[in-house]
Design a protein around this ligand. Sequence first.
Ligand SMILES: Cc1cc2nc3c(=O)[nH]c(=O)nc-3n(C[C@H](O)[C@H](O)[C@H](O)COP(=O)(O)OP(=O)(O)OC[C@H]3O[C@@H](n4cnc5c(N)ncnc54)[C@H](O)[C@@H]3O)c2cc1C
Ligand SMILES: NC(=O)c1ccc[n+]([C@@H]2O[C@H](COP(=O)([O-])OP(=O)(O)OC[C@H]3O[C@@H](n4cnc5c(N)ncnc54)[C@H](OP(=O)(O)O)[C@@H]3O)[C@@H](O)[C@H]2O)c1
Length: 314
Amino acid sequence: MHSRPKIIFPEVAVNLYKPANPVEVPIVDNQIATLEASPNKIRHITFDVSGTALEGHIRAGQSIGILPYGLKERDGSPAKVRLYSVASPSRGEDGEGKLIATTIKRVIDEEHDTQKLFLGLCSNYLSDFNPGETVKMTGPSGKRFVLPENADDFNYLLFATGTGVAPYRGMLADLLERPGFRNQVTLVFGAPYSTDLLYYDYFREMSVRHDNFHYLTSVSREGLRPDGRKNYVQHHLMDSQEILEPILSRENTLIYICGLKGMEIGLFSMLVRQGHAGYLKISEELNVKPPEQWDTGDLKKRVRPGDRLFVEVY
Ligand SMILES: Cc1cc2nc3c(=O)[nH]c(=O)nc-3n(C[C@H](O)[C@H](O)[C@H](O)COP(=O)(O)OP(=O)(O)OC[C@H]3O[C@@H](n4cnc5c(N)ncnc54)[C@H](O)[C@@H]3O)c2cc1C
Ligand SMILES: NC(=O)c1ccc[n+]([C@@H]2O[C@H](COP(=O)([O-])OP(=O)(O)OC[C@H]3O[C@@H](n4cnc5c(N)ncnc54)[C@H](OP(=O)(O)O)[C@@H]3O)[C@@H](O)[C@H]2O)c1
């Protein structure tokens, strides 16, 4: 039996630069983050924040803002800031907190009404930059989707879809580089195609080097499950029980969920079905209804993250 340590949230810097006073920083690298053949256009972009208040003050799990300066929103108003999760460890890409990275997906779609090409404003603005050019940055933002100050006291189960994996690239490095960290970490990452398994080599290599880190993937568009459904991250709670049950059953395990809005619903449902409702706060109204009869409305309105579960979905 493992005890449940108190989670100590770290003091983190926030809003050192606001939209009214952004800081101008150079881009030093801009690379494709997927395999070349991927239909999704996702880039790993590195910024040099040395000499600014951001240097050394951004935690893995926080976000920075990008101001698409000079551009206009669809209604003609000046473009607003968009947030991007930091993908680097808290010590930065360079080990000194001077270089930070993000994982940006180009929003490319068709207009819902006219079926004309729809290009997301900021994701395409940012993805087009070359090294040496500068952007206006705000932040950092976010206080709760970070590792606890007493990170060594916990095991971690990290769920991500798409670019939601960005914060875990940094958090994982923070954890596994901590001297003496021996607890368990598992990352479950879902992407549409195997070409979109972001940072695949990095996570694979980490899983080979560290026997306390497991890396599981779910590819949704390259074959269906036996019941005809897509493979989503929550299915690993059934399919990979030999890896996940020993972690989930410990009192000192924390769950983080990041990515597509709505992904948490399927995970909440599967946690309950697998006997791990303890990670959730469930409204009393649901006590009268067996979990197998809960519908999406119940899960959306009457189930909330408990103290050991952190959700950041947009
Ligand atoms: C805390 C946080 C962290 C984030 N981290 C990341 C990250 O690490 N990486 C990342 O890539 N993104 C991340 N995002 C999302 C990011 O902030 C932007 O929302 C995203 O890049 C899209 O911005 P855009 O300016 O390119 O698109 P916009 O111009 O803002 O367009 C997108 C909006 O247009 C609407 N839209 C979409 N498709 C269509 C269509 N076909 N027709 C009409 N309207 C449409 C949608 O409602 C959507 O809100 C994060 C968001 C938050 C809040
Ligand atoms: N800090 C943050 O909050 C943060 C950070 C980064 C990104 N984000 C957000 O994360 C999202 C990532 O989008 P993306 O375009 O990068 O993702 P993507 O490449 O489309 O990948 C998403 C994956 O999740 C699957 N999926 C769809 N619905 C699901 C569900 N209900 N449960 C589980 N899996 C589901 C998708 O499957 P199918 O499409 O095949 O159905 C796909 O395999 C964006 O909305 C971004 O704004 C948030």
